[in-house]
Design a binder for this molecule. Structure first.
Ligand SMILES: Cc1cc2nc3c(=O)[nH]c(=O)nc-3n(C[C@H](O)[C@H](O)[C@H](O)COP(=O)(O)O)c2cc1C
Length: 321
């Protein structure tokens, strides 16, 4: 009895410390350095422009508020912290402008974008990002690294349900994912009917602009019962994310497009998703994955350029030369 109470207290203590750590260091916290917060905010908002440009159908002058936000944040951003957000913002604004100019669309917003780009041309900041073509035959099968780097989140699906054999092939390959103590707590729920996909994607919210073309949807979950003590409180997400990555690579390996869809939702929304998808309450939602055959080329994807390696690779007392 005493040890059970101690376990519960340990959970409370650990979750309280998680709460403090998150409050102290999250992107809204005033205790976090302003330029660090701006770094992430600018990347996130710029990515929505890139993503908008990568969608199957693009509305004229979409994302006006985002474009204005990116332009104003760019003005106060210090590229010496990391050039990537500025490079991405300039690349995305440039692609946005070109997309509209190619269709002879005129608007004062586009003139503002042009003026911002002109000003930054003198700053020696490279324009990166926007959109890039996705070529099925560009994958070099003789180089595993080139193959790995050729995966992109794809949002241009033909909307047709893939065969049960193909689904089984994808998931069986993804089962090669490692899991803690080989406990394999990850489950994967498949949806191919329009009504359920629509209600699940409406609750998810991150597939606007391509949801109607999603004909195959996975929801990846992890069984909470596989985990015990307070130290393991986040392991559902670790194992679930590793499995999800393998699903993405497995789709890529057989030429299916796939796009991870975040389930960064409240508990109330998580419950609604479980209800809509017939998912047991004892499973934690990890992410959704839209997948399927792509429409015929030309295909485009958000460029999503990566940070300089030395920004994320930290060597700690390493001796190898
Ligand atoms: C956990 C997770 C959630 C994501 N959620 C969404 C989403 O809701 N909508 C979307 O269009 N893309 C989503 N993405 C895709 C990212 O935008 C994409 O992975 C990122 O820009 C890197 O690009 P790449 O996957 O093409 O390399 C998500 C990716 C991850 C890993």
């Amino acid at each position: 009895m005493f040890s059970k109470a101690a376990k519960v207290l340990k959970f409370l203590s650990e979750y309280s410390q998680d709460l403090w750590l998150t409050l102290r260091h999250n992107g809204y916290s005033p205790l976090v350095e302003r330029r660090r917060r701006q770094f992430y905010k600018l990347i996130i908002e710029t990515h929505t422009i890139e993503k908008g440009l990568s969608l199957p159908r693009r509305r004229a002058l979409f994302g006006r508020d985002k474009v204005r936000f990116v332009m104003s944040t760019l003005e106060s951003y210090d590229p010496s912290f990391s050039p990537l957000p500025a490079q991405m913002a300039l690349g995305a604004l440039d692609a946005y402008l070109r997309f509209h100019r190619e269709q002879d669309i005129e608007d004062p917003l586009l003139d503002e974008v042009e003026a911002v780009l002109e000003r930054w041309r003198d700053h020696q900041v490279e324009f990166r990002g926007g959109i890039k073509p996705f070529k099925l035959d560009a994958v070099n099968p003789t180089s595993p690294i080139a193959w790995l780097q050729s995966r992109s989140s794809l949002r241009m699906f033909d909307g047709v349900p893939v065969s049960p054999d193909t689904v089984r092939e994808v998931v069986a390959a993804a089962q090669s994912a490692p899991s803690q103590c080989n406990r394999q707590s990850t489950h994967i729920h498949l949806y191919q009917d329009r009504e359920t996909i629509d209600s699940l994607l409406a609750l998810q919210g991150g597939s606007r602009g391509f949801s109607e073309h999603v004909g195959n949807l996975f929801v990846v979950t992890s069984e909470i019962a596989a985990w015990g003590g307070a130290g393991q409180r986040n392991q559902t997400y670790v194992d679930g994310a590793l499995f999800s990555m393998c699903v993405l690579l497995s789709c890529h390996s057989i030429g299916l497009g796939a796009c991870p869809l975040n389930l960064a939702v409240t508990n109330a929304v998580e419950r609604k998703i479980k209800e809509a998808g017939g998912i047991p309450t004892g499973e934690r939602l990890i992410m959704m994955i839209a997948f399927g055959n792509m429409i015929s080329e030309p295909l485009r994807v958000a460029a999503s350029p990566r940070r300089a390696l030395d920004e994320i690779l930290h060597w700690h007392r390493c001796t190898a030369s």
